[in-house]
Design a protein around this ligand. Structure first.
Ligand SMILES: [Zn+2]
Length: 56
């Protein structure tokens, strides 16, 4: 199920939370990506990228 497709993320929306900003990004292929960006830079984990797979 692997593909050589290189996702090109486009920011759809962003939501400020108590810990930082959560951004929803979408690729032309239909895949979504959720990116969490903390307000305070963390020396251990700066950010986390969690692919979100939509299943109808
Ligand atoms: Zn893609």
């Amino acid at each position: 199920m692997q593909t050589s497709h290189s996702h090109h993320w486009t920011e759809v929306s962003r939501h400020p939370t108590s810990e930082g900003v959560v951004r929803y990004q979408r690729c032309a292929c239909g895949r979504w990506c959720l990116v969490s960006t903390p307000f305070i830079p963390d020396p251990i984990g700066v950010s986390a990228t969690v692919p979100v797979t939509r299943r109808a």
